[in-house]
Design a binder for this molecule. Structure first.
Ligand SMILES: [Zn+2]
Length: 578
């Protein structure tokens, strides 16, 4: 009965405070409505409610094989409420030990006169539980959820990471933030004006709503293998970076995307290399941004000879060239008053159309490109998705850098024909080549496949596709031509006994050309007749030998040797493979 009375008294006091406040508010209504409404209502609220946010569990990122790539762990926040402390010295002593903090620091928080003081956050659940078990008056332990990445560096430039409030900062974490985030909950505690909790008042909890799990096409095993292959090449070639993308060319599902060196998702604000000296905060931020960049999406490059796939497709589609055409290469050709050399300076001699692709002969492709003409050349670049972003579900996709149409003269068209003088992203090119070999469907590259909420409701994610971009006949011809590049031509280092593989190599010189820096690349697909997987390797600034056919094609061969059996793509009987 006595406590009831005290309780009623407190309620009455509390009601009086609110009434008094209301009176003041009424008296100043006009002023308040015009100027200070939000500020004052926030103050009024603070008088009687203490709020503590309960973070919603963020949805997990789960790979195609069921591996959890981004998870949450429970952490605790330990706070003290000054007005409720009955034995401050005991609290100081226990928190100093348990939280591994200096006594001075803990004493500062405990003795500070405020409604609530946060002593430490990100405390492990184990320690949080122990502190709770002491039952110390005035000590609050709240549970919270923190993002964790079980595989550290794996797919760092795809997954991305979250900030202090669990919000996505970069990568899939930001593209799917809304779906993953869920809704935070809250604990409301009624207090009087002094911040003393009202006895007998239950804590009011608004439970958080967990985010949805996102299931990815990215496969843990394929990603791991590609990362190994990229690291090996990065070290062997002393390269600036090595990227590998693996995609299903039929539907755009990305199975792997590596940009080596990667960084630790659990420690994203630490550079993945030693700085030679100290840098300003601003410079450090720039270096971190550079480290987080996903080069195959965020950066453009001159594709070089892999782009001949597009020139050949445009030529065959428009009828400007046919398989019966031939070209005799003398080692160079002159366009618009400029001499452009073939990479084989002694010349390829007489070649069929197929051989010009197998040899990757520049003068021949200049001829084919000029025959296509500016209008049709740009039309096919457009049709094959090279003039627009791919729409991949990652942020910050770079745009094509292309001449204005009226500025494309003979020389510009000539250089475009073998993949120079404009820039696209590696992913744009991989999508265009997929379209050429999958029967003419322009797909949207993506990682997100479906989301599942806590009740098990599934939402399948859908992506645009454009069918009939090129004819089935052109597609069949191109697959045959690209198969001969691997089986007889410049892509022979991607040949695997028993498998039918198509592909194209490239060695592009970076700008400015005087610096003699290169990008070596290779795109390959298998089986050549009905491609189920397409992969690309880009080696940025390799040292020593830099030819794509010599250094990038073998990387994709290694990747294929490992992943084709895993994907259930079987070797053909001996006599069927050529
Ligand atoms: Zn040539």
């Amino acid at each position: 009965m006595r406590t009831m009375k005290v309780h009623r008294k407190k309620i009455r006091a509390y009601a009086l405070v609110i009434m008094a406040l209301s009176t003041i508010l009424c008296g100043q209504l006009a002023y308040v409505m015009l100027w200070r409404s939000e500020e004052l209502s926030a103050k009024a609220q603070a008088l009687h409610e203490r709020e503590r946010v309960i973070k919603a569990a963020r949805g997990r990122l789960i790979s195609a094989d069921g591996t959890v790539l981004a998870d949450n762990k429970t952490v605790c926040t330990v706070s003290v409420i000054h007005s409720q402390l009955t034995d401050p010295e005991k609290v100081i002593s226990i928190l100093t030990d348990e939280l591994d903090m200096s006594e001075d620091r803990v004493r500062y928080y405990v003795e500070k006169v405020s409604s609530m003081e946060r002593v430490k956050s990100n405390v492990s659940k184990e320690v949080g539980d122990r502190i709770r078990d002491y039952n110390l008056d005035g000590v609050k332990v709240d549970e919270d959820s923190k993002r964790t990445y079980p595989f550290g560096q794996l797919a760092s430039k795809v997954l991305g990471f979250t900030g202090a409030d669990n919000q996505g900062i970069i990568g899939l974490e930001v593209s799917y933030d809304e779906l993953l985030a869920g809704k935070n909950g809250m604990i409301l505690t009624l207090t009087d004006a002094k911040g003393i909790e009202l006895e007998g008042e239950e804590e009011q909890r608004i439970e958080p709503v967990a985010g949805e799990d996102l299931y990815l096409s990215l496969d843990y095993n394929i990603q791991s293998y590609c990362m190994q292959a990229a690291r090996k090449t990065y070290e062997a070639k002393q390269a600036k970076s090595v990227s590998i993308i693996v995609m299903n060319p039929q539907n755009g599902e990305l199975l792997a995307m590596v940009n080596y060196p990667e960084y630790d998702l659990n420690d994203p604000f630490t550079l993945n290399y030693e700085l030679p000296g100290s840098v300003s905060d601003n410079e450090k931020m720039n270096l971190l941004n550079a480290m987080w960049r996903n080069g195959v999406i965020n950066d453009t490059y001159e594709p070089g000879s892999t782009f001949k796939v597009i020139t050949a497709t445009a030529g065959l589609s428009t009828g400007a060239v046919s398989l019966s055409d031939s070209y005799s290469c003398g080692g160079s050709t002159t366009v618009g008053g400029r001499t452009i050399r073939c990479h084989k300076t002694t010349g390829h001699g007489s070649q069929t159309f197929a051989q010009t692709l197998m040899n990757s002969c520049n003068p021949a492709f200049i001829t084919w490109g000029l025959r296509v003409g500016v209008d049709n050349f740009l039309l096919y670049m457009e049709k094959l998705g090279l003039m627009q972003k791919t729409g991949v579900d990652l942020p910050g996709e770079a745009s094509t850098i292309m001449h204005k149409k009226e500025d494309i003269k003979e020389l510009e068209l000539a250089t475009m024909s073998f993949g120079q003088s404009f820039q696209i992203t590696p992913l744009q090119l991989l999508r265009a080549v997929s379209c050429v070999v999958n029967g003419g469907t322009l797909v949207t590259p993506h990682f997100g496949v479906k989301s599942v909420d806590t009740d098990g409701n599934i939402t399948e994610l859908e992506y645009g596709r454009v069918e009939g971009v090129i004819t089935q006949q052109t597609c069949e011809t191109m697959k045959t031509l690209l198969k001969s590049v691997v089986h007889e031509g410049g892509g022979s280092k991607c040949h695997i006994e028993g498998y039918s593989i198509g592909g194209k190599t490239a060695t592009s010189q970076k700008l400015p050309r005087s610096e003699q820096k290169y990008i070596s690349s290779f795109i390959g697909f298998c089986p050549a007749e009905d491609p189920q997987v397409i992969a690309m390797c880009i080696i940025d600034e390799p040292q020593g030998i830099y030819y794509g056919g010599t250094i990038a094609a073998p990387v994709i061969r290694e990747v294929f040797e490992n992943i084709l059996p895993y994907l259930g793509i079987e070797k053909m009987p001996e006599n069927a493979a050529q």
